[in-house]
Design a protein around this ligand. Sequence first.
Ligand SMILES: [Zn+2]
Ligand SMILES: [Zn+2]
Length: 342
Amino acid sequence: MHPVDALRRTAFLLERSQAPAHRAGAFRRAALVLAALDDAELDRRVREGALTELPGIGPRTASVATEAAEGGVPAYLADLERAAAPAPLEPAVQALRAALRGDLHAHTDWSDGGSPVEEMAATAAELGHEYLAITDHSPRLRVASGLSSARLGRQLDLLELLRGPLEPFALLSGIEVDITEDGGLDGDSDLLDRLDVVVASVHSQLGGRSSAEAMTARMLAAVADPRVDVLGHCTGRLVTGERGRRPEAPFDAAAVFAACAERGVAVEVNSRPERLDPPRRLLRQAVEAGCLLSIDTDAHAPGQLDWQHLGAARAVECGAEPDQVVNTWPLERLRGWLSRAG
Ligand SMILES: [Zn+2]
Ligand SMILES: [Zn+2]
């Protein structure tokens, strides 16, 4: 096993198992440092025990790299593979997960994600995805380093450069656009027009700080914008995790889901373990309202791209048909839907 692959795999497993970000981050950084060396230099440093002289390489990352270079599976990685092995999925969940061709909601280190676009794309391809949408935050979300118009423009240039070498894997441009308190979409209108995927989400006045009437009006206004493709984590609830719990924001789900169904906006099934949003009763309601669904990970690190089975399990439980889930569609059909007018 190449040392860089061993470090990437270790980071992936830590991220997938929700280990604290700094633990996976150390392996991500070490992988980048070693990837920048030529093979002769890497071999010499492994032989001489001189990896830890490099900035960003500590004793643990050095031992993983060294054991890999010596031809074995590093002990630390082998332990993780055992401890982090996913439980087998129910057949229907397995079938839906296998039918998912990509992910429409993911963050990179351009906003509050931990890894570069390149690493997110490489990992998505390794997971068997045909495409990944890069949807970093919009400018208003300063705590999450939301992208200014200038930075989003530069990110679009980068995606353009990366596309050719990644083919046939498709890198879709996108944004997770904040829905402002008056129901507008945050950020530059011309840029929104250029993006493949627009996920619109509420990130303020959550947890019951807004009346249901105000929240409903806000969401209806966003869903009515013809550029919006996906309604992100619709209740904004947090069920576990470092940021604590947050109750659902109340809104008129019948009205919002009817608008989504009418406009062809997909209701997101957010797979993050601390979100699992919408809750089951609302997901059932969205399914019954005939809404399209998008099973997304909202990944902030490459290993989190492997959380789609969590959303798939809930979609199956709530009666979703595979064809109702936009990311089961072939890419051409998906692109047709994304570029629909209204
Ligand atoms: Zn969000
Ligand atoms: Zn997000």
